[in-house]
Ligand binder design. Structure first.
Ligand code: NAP
Length: 284
């Protein structure tokens, strides 16, 4: 019997835990607060920002919203971040990516105070992740770890293959699995014999951004498969990087798209905001 890993339910459980924790913090006069900055009006970014603000509301995290015009200069954005870095009532700062081409994404990420970098993208946080120190973990891979743990899928000693090596998904994913004592292989577009390597995996993480790329030739019988990809097909139907219908009789567990990894990303952002508030209050 295949386990469909219910990201929606697991995200709802974590959000409820965070709501209770936020209530407890409020009782101690600690009010977690996230500043959300969007530059321009890219429709996908607008949806992501709206979902983040909704999640804040549900949990009781205060959100400050900065919707800046497309023509905003890099200096103006850096100056806003600088102001938010200095505000003691702001625990987390999120700049919705991508930013317009005239603004350096790297400069923006570097300018956010690492103690408020709830996306976990600042090199201070990624460096700490590499060193195995306490840090803000990148939200999507942190969400995948929660999905696996809360579904009772053991990582210790398992053969894990991560396909994709981006800074926000593949690389931190591999490091987090390593921290859980898995044996980790990272693959990318230059990897030779990809199906053969993937067929070694007890846990296969698919994060390449290609719709329905992974068919049964990539899957070992009994593997758990985490589908990070998300694509809108013609007719508006969503699908992942995995050809789910083709692999379903081989896998032991799989995340659906939608309703798998997606709801976890915003949830782990909320987790990081509450953690930031606890850190700033000296509780962690
Ligand atoms: P990305 O920055 O485009 O990285 C894609 C990675 O996949 C690269 O490392 C690339 O290799 C590798 N790749 C591409 N084609 C490949 C192939 N044919 N064989 C092997 N490797 C291949 O993408 P990303 O930001 O990591 O995101 C990946 C997917 O996850 C996208 O569909 C994105 O929308 C989705 N995503 C979902 C969530 C969520 O919340 N559900 C969050 C983030 C991302 P090279 O490095 O060699 O180019």
């Amino acid at each position: 019997m295949v386990m469909l890993i219910d990201g929606k339910q697991i995200a709802a459980d974590i959000q409820e835990e965070l709501r209770v924790k936020t209530e407890e913090l409020n009782a101690k006069c600690i009010f977690p607060c996230l500043a959300v900055i969007q530059v321009g009006d890219d429709p996908a970014s607008t949806v992501y920002v709206r979902n983040k603000k909704k999640a804040c509301e549900k949990i009781g995290i205060k959100s400050l919203s900065y919707e800046l015009p497309e023509e905003t200069t890099e200096e103006e954005l850096l100056s806003l971040i600088d102001e938010l870095n200095g505000r003691s009532d702001v625990d987390g700062i999120l700049v919705q990516l991508p930013v317009p081409a005239h603004i350096s994404e790297e400069k923006i990420i570097m300018s956010i105070d690492p103690a408020k970098d709830v996306d976990g993208f600042n090199p201070e946080n990624t460096g700490k992740l590499l060193a195995g120190s306490k840090c803000f973990e990148s939200c999507t891979p942190a969400g995948v770890i929660q999905l696996l743990k809360r579904s009772g899928i053991e990582l210790d000693g398992k053969e894990c293959v991560v396909v994709g090596r981006s800074n926000n998904v593949g690389k931190p994913m591999a490091l987090l699995m390593l921290q859980e004592n898995a044996t980790v292989t990272i693959c990318h577009s230059h990897t030779k014999d990809l199906p053969e390597i993937c067929r070694r995996a007890d846990i296969l993480i698919c994060a390449i951004g290609k719709p329905k790329f992974f068919d049964r030739s990539y899957i070992k019988e009994g593997a758990a498969v985490i589908d990070v990809g998300i694509h809108r097909l013609e007719g508006k139907k969503l699908c992942g990087d995995v050809d789910r219908d083709d692999v379903m009789d081989l896998v032991s567990a799989i995340t659906p798209v939608p309703g798998g990894v997606g709801p976890m990303t915003v949830t782990m952002l909320m987790f990081n905001c509450v953690k930031a508030a606890e850190m700033h209050a000296g509780l962690l």
